[in-house]
Design a protein around this ligand. Structure first.
Ligand code: PAF
Length: 284
């Protein structure tokens, strides 16, 4: 596996692969890799050459969030990526991604949706995500990019950015990888104490319960949201929100039986902010 830090190096390699008729898929990450990232890398690998980028992006963290304590472990990450058969690790420094510094970097914004759900609690977050992903796509120039479905709102926003800006890249959706007890894998799970880790699967269980109620015909979405938030509080969480939305675009949830819904939640457990979602009701 090659490890490169500059745009020039990654572009040169992508150019060589493309000349050889190979397709290149990028998996952007912030490192602290675990099995869920490996699943995304393997999904990418089925399509041709794989580049994983690791960059802890400062602009998607607000002051007081976990930018400083976000785990950085490039050597261990590189070992995992090698095992997963990744072709190239792109690990640029801050100056490479933001050559003019962080004072007033050019931004890419997806208004509306970026202020909703998680964006209501982290108002600058998605602007940071879209701004860095636009940069990474333009630095690497891949044929396809993989985003995991655990960050459902991020996925919808990034899909919209790619469509609106006519970025010539295919967006591939990666599955949610869960622990045996249902907890969605996340680099932030390591912030949980042992007791919190034992309580954490209740988040997924609650979302599944909501999804099952919707599939059984429940259409009082606001009631479901309130009830789920209350149950999460009882289980020791401090929920930011539980929300039922239209799965396609996170618009208001359709009442029709043929709709496809997504139940999303963000909830604090100690110092870890956990997010998860369950899509339901595809058929009928
Ligand atoms: O999902 C993440 O890890 C990050 O938000 C991303 C997409 C790599 C952008 O920094």
């Amino acid at each position: 596996m090659q490890i490169v830090a500059s745009k020039a190096q990654v572009r040169a390699q992508v150019g060589r692969w493309r000349e050889a008729g190979e397709r290149v898929t990028l998996v952007p990450t912030m490192g602290a890799l675990h099995k869920a990232h490996m699943d995304l890398a393997r999904l990418a690998g089925r399509r041709g050459r794989v580049i994983v980028s690791i960059f802890v992006n400062p602009t998607q963290f607000a002051p007081g969030e976990d930018f400083e304590r976000y785990p950085r472990e490039l050597d261990a990450d590189a070992d995992l990526l090698r095992e997963a058969g990744v072709d190239l690790l792109f690990a640029p420094g801050q100056d490479e991604v933001y050559p003019r510094g962080l004072e007033d970097p050019t931004r890419v914004e997806v208004p509306g949706l970026s202020g909703d759900l998680c964006g209501a609690y982290r108002p600058t977050h998605f602007s940071g995500v879209t701004s860095v992903v636009a940069r990474l796509l333009l630095m690497v120039l891949p044929d396809a990019v993989v985003f995991g479905r655990k960050d459902y709102q991020q996925l919808v926003i990034l899909r919209r950015m790619v469509e609106d800006l006519h970025v010539p890249v295919e967006v591939v959706e990666g599955p949610i990888t869960r622990e045996m007890d249902g907890l969605a894998m996340s680099s932030r799970n390591r912030y949980l104490t042992e007791a919190q880790r034992r309580a954490a699967p209740a988040l997924h269980a609650e979302l599944r319960r909501c999804a099952a109620r919707i599939e059984a015909g429940e259409r009082d979405f606001a009631g479901l949201e309130r009830e789920a938030a209350a149950r999460l509080k009882d289980a020791g969480f401090a929920p930011d929100y539980v929300a039922v939305r239209r799965a396609a675009d996170l618009g208001p949830p359709p009442a029709s039986a043929a709709g496809e819904w997504v139940v999303l939640a963000a909830a604090w457990l100690g110092s870890a902010r956990l997010i998860d979602n369950v899509v339901c009701g595809a058929a009928s």
